[in-house]
Design a protein around this ligand. Structure first.
Ligand SMILES: C[S@@+](CC[C@H](N)C(=O)[O-])C[C@H]1O[C@@H](n2cnc3c(N)ncnc32)[C@H](O)[C@@H]1O
Length: 188
C-alpha cells in the first residue's frame, strides 16, 4: 500500500542533510518531528509548531523516548507565525493538514493560516530546499483548503520553484494528497 505520509517523508529524505534546519509545521503526534530530528543529526535543529498543547506534549514524549528532545524546539503557536519565530535558511518544511489523531476534530488547519504558513516557509526555505503538504480533501474544510493551496501554488514563479501534486488515482476522492514544492538551486 502507498501511504501519502511516507511519500512525503521519502521526498524530504532526498534533500535533508545532517546539520540542516527543518520545520514541522504541524507537529501532531510527533512522527514527522521525530523523522526530521533523526535526519538533521546532532548538529542540526528542528522547529515544531502546533496550536494544541496536547499535540506538543505527545511530540515531546515521543522525542524523549527516543533521546532526541534536545534537537527540537517545540513552539505552541500557529505555523502562520513562523517568520516571527525562526530565521532561515531552512532546508525542509513539512505540513500534515489533518486532524490530530484521537484529538478534537473541530481543530484542523484553516486554509488562511496554511497559506500564510506556506508563504513564510517559502521565504525561509534555502535554495534546493523542499516543502511537503499532506492535504485531506475528504471533509468540507479540507476540500476548501486544498482548493486554496492549489490555487496559490499554481501562481508560484516557475523559474524559482517547481510543484508536484500527487494523488492516489485508484482510491476514493477522499484520500489524502501530497504537494511537494521545491525551490530550485538557481533561477531557471
Ligand atoms: C494530522 S496532525 C499532524 C500529524 C503529525 N505530522 C505527525 O506526524 O504525527 C495535524 C496537526 O496540525 C495542528 N494544527 C492545526 N492548525 C495549525 C496551525 N495553524 N499551526 C500549527 N499547527 C496546526 C493540529 O493541532 C494537529 O495537531
Amino acid at each position: 500500500m502507498i501511504r501519502i505520509t511516507e511519500l512525503a517523508q521519502q521526498q524530504i529524505a532526498q534533500v535533508l542533510r545532517e546539520g540542516d534546519v527543518a520545520v514541522d509545521a504541524t507537529a501532531g503526534n510527533g512522527l514527522d518531528t521525530l523523522f526530521l530530528a533523526r535526519l538533521v543529526g546532532s548538529r542540526g535543529h528542528v522547529y515544531a509548531f502546533d496550536i494544541q498543547q496536547a499535540a506538543l506534549q505527545k511530540t515531546a514524549a515521543l522525542l524523549n523516548r527516543n533521546g532526541l528532545v534536545q534537537r527540537v524546539t517545540l513552539i505552541h503557536a500557529g505555523h502562520e507565525t513562523m517568520a516571527a519565530q525562526i530565521s532561515g535558511p531552512v532546508a525542509a518544511v513539512m505540513f500534515n493538514l489533518g486532524y490530530l489523531p484521537g484529538g478534537d476534530h473541530s481543530i484542523a488547519p484553516r486554509h488562511e493560516s496554511t497559506r500564510q504558513g506556506l508563504v513564510a516557509s517559502l521565504e525561509l526555505l534555502r535554495r534546493g530546499g523542499l516543502i511537503t503538504l499532506v492535504l485531506y480533501p475528504g471533509h468540507p474544510q479540507g476540500e476548501k483548503e486544498k482548493t486554496a493551496i492549489l490555487d496559490y501554488c499554481r501562481e508560484l514563479d516557475s523559474a524559482a520553484c517547481g510543484v508536484i501534486h500527487a494523488t492516489l488515482l485508484n482510491r476514493s476522492g477522499a484520500s489524502p494528497e501530497l504537494l511537494v514544492v521545491k525551490k530550485f538551486d538557481h533561477l531557471l
